[in-house]
Write a protein of this length. Structure first.
Length: 279
């Protein structure tokens, strides 16, 4: 899908009242990860999205933290947050392709520790009382990263497990965004998530999931599990989302499969008939 089409879809989602649009970080393509067009660099694309939208949140799902320098990420995140007037949510993951780590000169076996240390440096650089930390762990008061958010913060969300424990995620992240699982299985993950939270924090921690969605034109088509999501009609989607919400899932990010239906048509139906039924 061409980038101007993607921007148009994001603008349409903004006008329809969707909560967020998610942008992926795919540094390299290969035979095992083909893509005829290629994902745009996330920071370039987010800059375009910031000017093409007005209200919808702009989220990354997810910046590959171990393969990018945390100070570069901080600079880019602060810039997008300023351009979007505070609508940016920084989702961070570890990536899952060993061959990509090799291309960047990183050891995939060390991603757990690297993710943690990069997260700590990034979080420090984006705090209102900003601390720029060098490679030796020293705070350098002779450096600063601008623009300043003037007291505002950028939510940092863990996307996937990134080889971390749920206790670590609950302690450090504002929310956990995980992958789709059939609801009975996801409920087990939710129970583990709640247990992890009670051990490390009293603050609210959100739970979200991505979801492949094929919304059928037949409104009463029943819900059917497919790879990483569901195929269903409007009524089945309402029932499925209601059950997810009751289980404790606060955010669902749709990856739409069109199959004969233009994305805008699917989005219109969700906005007109699904979202109102869930309010």
């Amino acid at each position: 899908m061409q980038f101007d089409v993607q921007l148009g879809i994001a603008g349409h989602a903004d006008r329809l009242g969707f909560d967020a649009v998610w942008v992926r970080d795919v540094p390299l393509n290969s035979e095992s990860y083909p893509d005829p067009i290629g994902h745009a660099d996330p920071w370039v694309f987010l800059g375009a999205l910031a000017t093409a939208t007005s209200n919808i949140r702009l989220a990354t799902g997810a910046i590959v933290l171990p393969l990018r320098h945390p100070l570069h990420i901080a600079k880019a995140a602060l810039s997008v947050a300023a351009l979007s007037k505070g609508r940016f949510v920084l989702g961070l993951g570890s990536g899952d392709r060993p061959s990509e780590y090799e291309m960047f000169g990183r050891d995939v076996e060390g991603r757990k520790v690297l993710f943690q240390t990069h997260w700590e440096r990034l979080a420090a650089a984006m705090r209102p009382d900003q601390a720029v930390i060098d490679e030796g762990g020293n705070v350098r008061r002779d450096f600063a990263i601008r623009p300043s958010l003037q007291g505002r913060t950028i939510p940092m969300v863990a996307v996937g497990s990134s080889a971390q424990s749920l206790e670590w995620i609950a302690r450090n992240a504002a929310a956990w965004m995980t992958y789709y699982r059939p609801l009975p299985v996801q409920k087990d993950r939710l129970a583990l998530w709640r247990n992890a939270q009670t051990k490390v924090t009293t603050e609210f921690r959100g739970f979200g999931q991505s979801m492949v969605l094929e919304l059928l034109g037949k409104s009463d088509a029943s819900y059917e599990e497919i790879n990483l999501g569901g195929k269903t009609g409007r009524r089945g989607l309402i029932d499925a989302l209601s059950a997810m919400r009751e289980a404790g899932i606060q955010h669902v990010a749709f990856n739409l499969i069109s199959k004969g239906r233009p994305p805008a048509e699917v989005m219109d139906e969700i906005a007109a008939d699904v979202m109102p039924a869930l309010r």
